[in-house]
Design a protein around this ligand. Structure first.
Ligand code: APR
Length: 254
């Protein structure tokens, strides 16, 4: 027996012309990806985010930061998208316009098959140079296991390469952020999955949408900073709630 919130959410989604799915670390949890802080274990337990994920940390110790991201990139080789990612892909078959806006840097939405993914915090699988952000051609892979960052091969640049992610204290990529706002402002429904809603500016996106009339549905095992402002809260892990929601959409009368 489906809960009334689930039926309500399904009806809203079915009638939506434009849908945004905003995701955070929780959306990758069932793939076995540790959150940034959870990953600070074992060899990395003595480090903190300021050392590993800030421009100042990189300048202080480029090999350390390189090796940390190298390790996290290797972990990604061993994981797969989960049922929640695939349910989000299925939405594309049910609704005219679906945009996925993610704070995750793991590329799992794309690997699952989502076509339109806006990466607010960059990607751990892309690289750019520290000084000029010259982007490394994605077809030219950087091998695992380097102990220090390779140098930029663009012209005579030779600046150190870094992961093309947004570190603490850095601005979000303007294009991704403005795309995020435009999508949310035009959306009929925004599905917020697996984010604690405390990191700005991503946390303000759903409410920018709501001010323009979007209906907000949150999926999370725990209440968050966003829950009170959402129209519906579907409690539970994304890998269970999202497939059930898709089924409910499909089973609604035309
Ligand atoms: N399904 C859905 N949500 C889940 C699941 C799950 N299986 N498991 C946990 N969650 C929820 C948690 O309850 C929490 O609300 O996912 C959320 C994860 O919160 P954060 O770790 O704060 O992740 P996020 O909101 O993405 O953080 C934003 O902060 O660490 C930086 O740059 C990093 O992009 C990240 C940003």
């Amino acid at each position: 027996m489906l809960s009334t919130s689930m039926v309500d959410a399904a009806a809203r989604i079915k009638n939506a012309g434009r849908l945004v799915v905003l995701t955070g670390a929780g959306a990758s949890k069932e793939s076995g990806i540790p959150t940034f802080r959870d990953a600070l274990t074992g060899l990395w337990a003595n480090y903190n985010p300021e050392e590993l994920a800030t421009p100042e940390g990189f300048l202080r110790n480029p090999p350390l930061v390189w090796q940390w991201y190298d390790w996290r990139r290797q972990q990604l080789q061993e994981v797969q998208p989960n049922k929640g990612h695939y349910a989000i892909v299925e939405l594309e078959g049910l609704i005219d316009h679906v945009a996925v806006i993610t704070q995750n840097v793991d590329g799992l939405h794309q690997r699952a098959g989502s076509k339109d993914v806006v990466e607010l915090h960059g990607s751990i699988e892309r690289f750019s140079c520290f000084d000029h952000r010259h982007l490394k051609d994605p077809m030219q892979k950087i091998e695992f296991g380097l102990t220090e960052p390779p140098l930029c091969s663009y012209d005579n640049c030779r600046s150190k390469m870094r992961p093309d992610v947004i570190w603490f204290g850095e601005a979000l990529p303007e294009e991704a952020l403005s795309r995020g706002f435009v999508e949310c402002e035009k959306a009929d429904v925004i599905l917020v999955v697996g984010t604690s809603g405390i990191v700005q500016p991503a946390a303000s996106l759903p409410f920018a949408g709501k001010r323009r009339g979007a209906f907000l549905i949150e999926v999370n095992p725990e209440e968050t900073a966003l829950t009170d402002g959402c129209d519906l809260f579907l409690k539970g892990p994304g890998g269970e709630v999202l497939p059930a929601l898709i089924e409910a959409v499909k089973n609604l009368e035309p």
